[in-house]
Design a protein around this ligand. Structure first.
Ligand code: UDP
Ligand code: MN
Length: 350
């Protein structure tokens, strides 16, 4: 139906890469309309590429002083990105939409989500009485948009982001109507793979949407062709089962990178390329995605990823690092390498 759309948000070019992979994965499984909200700082070339994948590329400018979001923003400057996300309720030419974070990726057709009502979402893995706002079904409505903005400016958000605000607004989600509980498979957060590994092994193959929730986003990883490993913290739990990450990179290299290169977002795909060889699917024999996706093997064997332009993966706090040390998880190759520790000791001694 023309009045249905999948909607995402990218306030900058990095999240634009995520939106492109998401859009491309959606396009593979659905004929619904695809819409992306972008902030003014998204580059022109990124906008062009987004318009190759998305039917509707919409700039949401919260800087217009007549915009009620702008007023709410003045009261709550910390909610900038959150308020941008709320703009999805203004897409009133659609009767029903599914919002998806730019760090999600679709693995199967999920058009059945449009049979659900506002506000349907999957539980958050950290606090399952709250829904995770990375994937949700909603009905665009200026009235709801205004009410949400009002709540944001009056009360802020208990977690500082959109999820806290939306959970306070749709506060009967956890108790009222089970139909509004989406199965976890519609928003499988990558952290749940290691927090409940047996469940992942039992049910993971049914995943419909994967969500790279948390600080380390797929586009932040770099791959080192010399050591044939994924660069970053060697104890990064995401890398224990890197199959979703490899699927993301597979889509990125095969479908997105050519577009980004053509439009000059990525300067030259052949320079500064790093290899993907460290990222071979560890479940290759049993993983449904790998069986389905012949391309993945192809991409892994091509081993050409332009990850050099991405920023380095986020480092962990010294407190987190101490905790890991105490649990015997020492990053000998990275932050806790002999050289790094020696440098630190030297500064103490001086
Ligand atoms: N987002 C964005 N720019 C930002 C931060 C977030 O466009 O600087 C959008 C993007 O769609 C992203 C969503 O807001 O997926 C929610 O943020 P994020 O996914 O980083 O949060 P998490 O899911 O890790 O809690
Ligand atoms: Mn997210």
């Amino acid at each position: 139906m023309a009045d249905h759309a999948f909607v995402t948000l990218a306030t900058n070019d990095s999240y634009g890469k995520g939106a492109l992979v998401l859009g491309s994965s959606l396009r593979k499984y659905t004929s619904k309309k695809l819409a992306v909200l972008i902030a003014p700082q998204v580059s022109d070339s990124m906008r062009k590429v987004l318009s190759k994948v998305y039917d509707d590329v919409r700039v949401v400018d919260v800087l217009d002083s007549k915009d009620s979001a702008h007023l709410a923003l003045l009261e709550r400057p910390e909610l900038g990105v959150t308020l941008t996300k709320l703009h999805c309720w203004t897409l009133t030419e659609y009767t029903k939409c599914v919002f998806m974070d730019a760090d999600t990726m679709v693995l199967q057709n999920i058009d059945d989500l449009f049979e659900r009502e506002e506000l349907s979402a999957a539980p958050d893995p950290g606090w399952p009485d709250c829904f995770n706002s990375g994937v949700f079904v909603f009905r665009p409505s200026i009235e709801t948009y205004k009410q949400l903005l009002h709540k944001a400016s009056e009360e802020g958000s208990f977690d500082g982001g959109d999820q806290g605000l939306l959970n306070s607004f749709f506060n009967t989600w956890s108790t009222k109507d089970i139909h509004k509980h989406l199965p976890f498979m519609y928003n499988l957060s990558s952290i749940s793979i290691y927090t409940y590994l047996p469940a992942f092994k039992a049910f993971g193959a049914n995943a419909k949407v994967v969500h790279f929730l948390g600080k380390a986003k797929p586009w932040n990883y770099t791959y080192d062709s010399k050591t044939q490993t994924v660069k970053g913290n060697v104890h990064d739990q995401t890398l224990i089962h890197p199959e979703f990450l490899s699927l993301w990179w597979n889509t990125y290299t095969s479908r997105i990178l050519p577009l980004l290169t053509e439009h000059g977002v990525v300067k030259d795909a052949s320079t500064g390329l790093k290899a993907l060889s460290g990222l071979v699917c560890s479940l290759a024999f049993s993983c449904r995605f790998c069986r389905d996706e012949e391309e993945i093997t192809e991409a892994v064997s091509q081993l050409s990823i332009a990850a050099a332009a991405s920023p380095p993966p986020p480092s962990i706090s010294s407190e987190e690092r101490r905790e890991r040390w105490e649990q015997g998880q020492v990053d000998y190759m990275g932050a806790d390498s002999y050289d790094n520790i020696k440098k630190k000791l030297d500064t103490y001694l001086q």
